[in-house]
Design a protein around this ligand. Structure first.
Ligand code: LLP
Length: 440
C-alpha cells in the first residue's frame, strides 16, 4: 500500500507526495514520468483513494445502521476498471442509461447490486434492465409505471421498485446540479405520493420497496440532507396511514461535496454518516415507523479527489496589466465543468511543486472558444513551455462529461497504485474520430 500522506493539501489524492527530484508523485509514480510515458493530457486515477473512500463509506454507515448499503453513482466516472474496483469493495452500482448498464455488465457487476435510474427511461432501456435482472428500478414518473408494467407483464417478471420523490428542498449548489427543488424534472411530488403508492399496490408485477430522494450534487453542508430525511419521513408517515404500505428501503441519493480547492472544507464521510443515521433514528422513533434499510449513492465523493489531470504547458501569452494566459494541451473537452458550471479548480506545476507560487495566471485550454478557461486568476509557479501542469480533483464528471469538440481525441486514463501505472482507458486516435462517419 502506498503511504497515505496527510501533509498534502486536502484536494489531492491521498497518496500524493513529492519525490527526491522535487516532482509531484501519486502512488509513488512520478507525474513527469507518467506524462512522458503515456502522453498528455492524461487522466490519472489513484486506486488507493478510490478504495479508501469506498471502505470509509461502508464502515461509517454500517457502524451506525446495520442495514446500510453504499451504491456508487457511476455517472461520476463509468468504465470497466473503475466499476471493478468499487464492486470489489462491496459497493452497488447506480446506472442511468443503457450505456451505463452495459458497462456494468461488462464489469460483471452482479445484477442485484444495480439500481437503474432516469427520468425518461426508454422501453428498450427498461427491457435491458429487466433482462439483466437489475436489483431495483427507481421509478421516476407515472408514464414509467405504465411502461414498466407493460414490459414486466410481457416478460412475466416481478420488478422491485423504489419511487423517486422530489422533497422540494433547495440545496446550496449550482442551479444546474440542484434536483430536489419543486420545479424539477425529477421525481414525484410529495402531494401525489399516496396515490402513486396505491396505484403500485394494485399492480401485481411491481413490488414497492421504498423511496428514493436526491437533492443535488456538490453540497457542502449536511443540513440539507438532514432536512430531507425529516421531510420525506413526515410525508411517508401520512402516506403510510393512507396506504398501509411499509417503507422497507430509503435511498437518500448522492451529493456530498468535495474539496476542489485546498482551502475548502467539505463534509467528512464519518460525520456525514453519523448525522444522517442519527436523524433517521430519531425521526423513525418520533413517527413510530419501522427502521428502513438505508441506501446512499455517492459518486463525486468516491472518485473526485482520486483523479488528477496532467497537461503540457504550451503557449504563454502575457498581456501586460491585463492577464497572463498559460495555455495547455487540453481544456473544455476533457473538463467541461468550468465552462458549464463556473467550477473552480486548483493546480500546480508538477515539476516545480516546491517552487513558490508567485505568478498570477489564467489556465486556458486549446479549444476554439474564448470561454475555454480551466482556472482563472490564481497563483502558480512560474510556467514555461514544456512544464507539466497537474490539475486536482478531476476524477468526477470530467471523463464522463468529456467530448470530442474540435475533433480532439479523448485522453488516456491510467490507474496508479504502489508505483505501478496501468492504462484503463486507451487514448483515442484519429481513426476513432471517423470510425462512425459514412462517406457520401
Ligand atoms: N444519485 C442520483 C440519483 C444522482 O442523480 C446523482 C448525481 C448521484 C446519485 C451522485 O451524486 P454525487 O455524489 O456525485 O454528487 N455533472 C454535475 C453533477 C451532476 C450530478 C447528477 N446526479 C457536475 O459535474 O457537477
Amino acid at each position: 500500500m502506498a503511504m497515505i500522506n496527510t501533509e498534502m493539501p486536502v484536494n489531492m489524492p491521498l497518496t500524493s507526495s513529492i519525490s527526491s527530484k522535487r516532482h509531484l508523485t501519486i502512488a509513488d509514480c512520478d507525474a513527469i514520468d507518467l506524462a512522458k510515458e503515456f502522453g498528455t493530457p492524461l487522466w490519472v486515477l489513484d486506486e488507493e483513494t478510490i478504495r479508501e473512500n469506498c471502505r470509509k463509506y461502508k464502515k461509517e454507515f454500517q457502524k451506525h445502521h446495520t442495514d446500510a448499503e453504499v451504491v456508487y453513482a457511476s455517472k461520476a466516472l463509468s468504465n470497466t476498471a473503475v466499476l471493478q474496483i468499487v464492486t470489489s469493495e462491496g459497493l452497488g452500482i447506480d446506472v442511468v442509461s443503457g450505456g451505463e448498464l452495459y458497462t456494468a455488465k461488462m464489469a460483471k457487476v452482479a445484477p442485484e447490486k444495480i439500481y437503474f435510474h432516469g427520468n425518461n427511461k426508454s422501453a428498450s432501456e427498461l427491457e435491458e434492465a429487466l433482462d439483466y435482472g437489475v436489483g431495483r428500478i427507481v421509478v421516476d414518473n407515472l408514464q414509467e409505471i405504465e411502461k414498466l408494467t407493460r414490459i414486466a407483464t410481457e416478460k412475466n417478471k416481478q420488478v422491485n421498485i423504489l419511487l423517486r420523490v422530489n422533497p422540494g428542498i433547495e440545496a446550496h449548489t449550482h442551479e444546474f446540479i440542484q434536483t430536489g427543488k419543486v420545479d424539477s424534472k425529477f421525481g414525484f411530488s410529495k402531494e401525489v405520493l399516496a396515490d402513486i403508492v396505491q396505484k403500485v399496490q394494485g399492480i401485481p408485477c411491481l413490488q414497492f420497496c421504498g423511496l428514493h430522494v436526491h437533492i443535488g450534487s456538490q453540497i457542502q453542508e449536511t443540513k440539507a440532507f438532514l432536512l430531507t430525511i425529516e421531510e420525506i419521513l413526515d410525508t411517508w408517515s401520512l402516506v403510510r396511514r393512507k396506504t398501509k404500505a411499509e417503507l422497507k428501503e430509503l435511498n437518500l441519493g448522492g451529493g456530498i461535496g468535495i474539496e476542489y480547492l485546498p482551502t475548502e472544507l467539505s463534509p467528512q464521510i464519518e460525520h456525514f454518516a453519523r448525522d444522517i443515521t442519527k436523524t433517521l433514528e430519531y425521526k423513525i422513533k418520533e413517527l413510530k415507523i419501522p427502521k428502513p434499510k438505508l441506501i446512499i449513492e455517492p459518486g463525486r465523493s468516491i472518485i473526485g479527489k482520486a483523479g488528477i489531470t496532467l497537461y503540457t504547458v504550451g503557449t504563454i501569452k502575457d498581456i501586460p496589466e491585463v492577464r497572463k494566459y498559460v495555455c495547455v494541451d487540453g481544456g473544455m473537452a476533457d473538463n467541461p465543468r468550468p465552462i458549464t458550471y463556473g467550477a473552480a479548480y486548483d493546480a500546480v506545476i508538477a515539476n516545480k511543486i516546491l517552487e513558490p507560487k508567485n505568478d498570477v495566471v489564467t489556465i486556458a485550454g486549446k479549444f476554439c472558444e474564448s470561454g475555454d478557461i480551466l482556472i482563472k486568476n490564481f497563483h502558480l509557479q512560474k510556467a514555461e513551455e514544456g512544464d507539466i501542469l497537474a490539475v486536482f480533483s478531476t476524477g468526477a464528471y470530467n471523463y464522463s462529461m468529456s467530448s470530442n469538440y474540435n475533433r480532439f481525441v479523448k485522453p488516456a486514463m491510467i490507474l496508479v497504485n504502489k508505483g505501478k501505472a496501468k492504462v484503463i482507458l486507451k487514448r483515442e486516435n484519429y481513426e476513432d474520430l471517423v470510425r462512425n462517419d459514412l462517406p457520401l
